[in-house]
Write a protein that binds this ligand. Structure first.
Ligand code: ADP
Length: 189
């Protein structure tokens, strides 16, 4: 099973991504986690991306594709993936599609975790103390929401046009959202 998760910061992509990946026995590939890991280890790559992540700006597409693209293709060849946080811009989605298409490894389903901005804001502020620098600052949270609406929301049409988009209400408790997602993607692959 190959699934792309879409949703605003605070929509629950991380939690739901783990649950789906466990259910299908495939890797959960989180671009944000990959970046935070590089930053924490102080790698060259971590130094390149740290400023963007701290400000809530997008990491440039070429850098993202070169880091995350490999992880995605490895997972795809190994049985599948749940992508969380990638693709996040139209150019990223187009590049990922081009990379995966020749091998027949494009996504089976794109799941949009829909939440109103107010709910996303509250959740991000609530987890703010838990160590992520980009969750600790209201301006950075606003910036990430704005970037989501401007850069990532257009992907909904991209996946709708491909006929694989499904939308799930992500405001209920996590277990309910997981059930709704599983119901929505069952039979896709
Ligand atoms: P959230 O969805 O809560 O914002 P993520 O962990 O997905 O959290 O992303 C954290 C940060 O990592 C983003 O604000 C951005 O700076 C960077 N990032 C993650 N994925 C991408 C991507 N696909 N393209 C560009 N930047 C990204």
């Amino acid at each position: 099973m190959r699934i792309v998760l879409l949703g605003a910061p605070g929509s629950g992509k991380g939690t739901q991504g783990e649950a789906l990946a466990r259910h299908f026995g495939v890797p959960h590939v989180s671009s944000g986690e990959l970046f935070r890991d590089h930053i924490a280890r102080g790698t060259d790559l971590g130094r390149l991306v740290a400023g963007y992540v701290r400000r809530g700006d997008l990491v440039p597409d070429d850098l993202v594709v070169s880091i995350v693209g490999d992880a995605v293709m490895r997972a795809a060849k190994d049985g599948g993936y749940v992508l969380d946080g990638f693709p996040r811009t139209l150019p990223q989605a187009e590049r990922a599609f081009e990379l995966a298409r020749p091998a027949g490894l494009t996504a089976d389903a794109a799941v949009y975790l829909a939440v109103p901005d107010d709910v996303a804001r509250e959740r991000l502020l609530a987890r703010g103390g838990e160590g992520r620098v980009d969750d600790a600052d209201r301006d950075v949270i606003e910036r990430r929401l704005q970037v989501f609406h401007e850069e990532t929301e257009p992907l909904l049409d991209f996946y709708r046009d491909r006929g694989i988009l499904t939308t799930v209400d992500a405001t209920p408790p996590p277990d309910e959202v997981t059930k709704a997602m599983l119901a929505a993607v069952s039979g896709r692959a």
